[in-house]
Each structure stands twice: as structure tokens, then as C-alpha cells.
Design a protein around this ligand. Structure first.
Ligand code: ADP
Ligand code: MG
Length: 287
């Protein structure tokens, strides 16, 4: 493409709220065959809501969970703190907070170790069967379930729901119609991920991925064809730089926005379709 065609392409994109950082990215986009999406904040709205609290003492479950999450920036933490506020619950006082990447958070409450997170965090415990059944049922409803525990004992579950964005389903359908393969890559549980995947009609779901492993999955997919990755989180930055085309949500973290070659100001997945189309128009018209 001529310099003029490139300027026209990036200019047209910018007017639509699609910021393309350089000509190389615009060019790489026209050969993409696989589009990989992060889940939370990318396919979903990223504003999860607490829907269920399970436990013998629900107030205690929420008090402890809110205490732990008051030091976390994760969207799940925001949901739990919002619920505690609505229920007028004062979060427990915590010490020695630590986040465990892709698993959850822990801290000390009243000299006892407490945690909130997924089942990877409690591999050494053996939750009872009823609890496991309740967890699976909630997860099949596309709800993310976190386990709340203190002193080696599970005291409850909190289910959190994050709905797909309105545009996700139509955007994914449009990409599939263009002959592109669509994939979801997430740290969340396989049942939840698959339930969301079904709602939006995605081809393939890769769940249970630890933050550091997202880039490796991109590399594996690149063996077949050029890959675009769409994400928003701190943990998406390596995948955004590894992909042939990294597409960051404008609402994403600063590091995601820096790592992406394309930024979607409107956070609308339909703009992934538009960006790839624009690239094709720019690079097929002139040669
Ligand atoms: P995603 O790829 O969906 O953005 P993350 O890698 O951020 O997911 O998190 C993966 C999983 O780790 C979450 O689904 C949750 O089970 C657990 N987790 C991470 N951070 C927290 C937290 N602050 N509180 C509870 N659970 C957490
Ligand atoms: Mg995310």
C-alpha cells in the first residue's frame, strides 16, 4: 500500500474510535486467520455482580471476603465490595495481604489465615460433595464461583455473574462468517468459560489458563496462522505483544493499552471486525 493509502486507512479508523499505532499493525491485520479473546472485560462487560452467597453464616462469609478483597484491584473484588456495601457489612480488618496470580487472594484475620479464590487455591483441602455440587451448578449458569475460607476451613461460596457485552455475539458471528477462527482464552473455570462461550457462539474455549501462560497459547496458535489477540487486563499484556496483532480495549489497564498495536476506544467488539476489514481494504486495493 502507498503511504497515502495507509494514512487514509488509519485516518478512517481513528474517526471510528479505532486507534492503529503504526503501518506494520495495519498490514499484519489483513492476514489474520484466528482471533483470540480474553473473557473478563473483553467478551464480558467486566462489571461482575454478586448473585449468590452460600454458607451457614452468610454475613461472616461476606465480612471475611470483603476484608480480603479490599486490597485487590480485580473485577471480582469490586463486585464483592459492592455487595458488602449494599448489605451494610463492614469488611474484616486484614494483615499481610497477598495476591496469588490466577488463583485468588489471602491475608491474616484475627491471627488466622483466610482466603478467597478458586479451587486451585484449595488443592490441599477436600471440600465436601454437596459444596462441589453447588459450585458446579452455579458455574454451569455462567457464574464464577469463589471459595471463602479461614483456618483450613471452607465457610462459604460467593457466585458472581458478568454478562457478555451486547456486541460480543454479533461480532463473533461476523468474524466466523469471514472464515476466521474464534477462540476464548481465560483464567476462569472451564464450566463458566464454556457457558459464556456458548452464549456468544465462540468456536473454541481454552480455560484455566494462568496469567503467565496466555502468551504461550498464542504462540501455539500462531503455528497454524497469524493471530490477533483482544484483551484488557494486566495479565493480557504478554499475549498482546506476542500476537501478530494485539488489540486492547480502551477501558483496559494502561499496560494493556501500551502493549496493543490497536486500541478500541469504544470497547466494542464490532470494532475488531471493522479494523480487520479496513486492513483488508487498504492492502488489497493497491499492490
Ligand atoms: P481472566 O482471564 O478471566 O481475566 P484472571 O487470570 O484475572 O482471569 O483470574 C482467574 C481466576 O483467578 C478468577 O476467575 C478467580 O477464580 C481467581 N481470582 C483472581 N483474582 C481473584 C480475587 N481478587 N478474588 C477472588 N478470586 C480471584
Ligand atoms: Mg480481562
Amino acid at each position: 500500500a502507498t503511504p497515502t493509502a495507509l494514512m487514509v486507512g488509519t485516518g478512517r479508523a481513528a474517526k471510528l474510535g479505532i486507534l492503529i499505532k503504526n503501518a506494520e499493525v495495519l498490514e499484519a491485520a489483513h492476514s489474520v486467520k484466528t482471533v483470540v479473546f480474553d473473557k473478563t472485560g473483553t467478551i464480558t462487560v467486566g462489571k461482575p455482580q454478586v448473585t449468590d452467597i452460600i454458607g451457614a453464616d452468610k454475613t461472616r462469609v461476606l465480612t471475611i471476603a470483603a476484608g480480603l478483597e479490599s486490597s485487590s484491584e480485580h473485577p471480582l473484588a469490586t463486585a464483592i465490595l459492592k455487595k458488602a456495601e449494599e448489605e451494610k457489612i463492614i469488611p474484616a480488618k486484614i494483615e499481610q495481604f497477598s495476591a496469588i496470580s490466577g488463583k485468588g487472594v489471602k491475608a491474616v484475620i484475627d491471627d488466622k489465615t483466610a482466603f478467597v479464590g478458586n479451587d486451585k487455591l484449595i488443592e490441599s483441602y477436600s471440600p465436601d460433595n454437596l459444596l462441589l455440587k453447588q459450585m458446579k451448578a452455579l458455574q454451569s449458569e455462567a457464574k464464577t464461583v469463589v471459595i471463602v475460607g479461614i483456618e483450613n476451613q471452607i465457610i462459604g461460596l460467593i457466585a458472581i455473574q458478568d454478562a457478555p457485552k451486547e456486541s460480543s455475539r454479533t461480532a463473533i458471528a461476523a468474524l466466523k462468517k469471514e472464515g476466521l477462527k474464534t477462540v476464548m482464552l481465560t483464567g476462569d473455570n472451564p464450566l463458566v468459560a464454556q457457558a459464556i462461550g456458548n452464549q456468544v457462539g465462540i468456536d473454541e474455549v481454552i480455560a484455566d489458563v494462568l496469567p503467565n501462560d496466555k502468551a504461550d497459547h498464542i504462540k501455539a496458535l500462531q503455528q497454524t496462522a497469524p493471530v490477533a489477540f483482544v484483551g484488557d487486563g494486566i495479565n493480557d499484556a504478554p499475549a498482546l505483544t506476542t500476537a501478530d496483532v494485539g488489540i486492547a480495549m480502551g477501558s483496559g489497564t494502561d499496560i494493556a493499552i501500551e502493549s496493543g498495536g490497536i486500541v478500541l476506544v469504544k470497547n466494542d467488539l464490532q470494532d475488531v471486525v471493522t479494523a480487520l476489514e479496513l486492513s483488508k481494504k487498504t492492502f488489497n486495493r493497491i499492490r
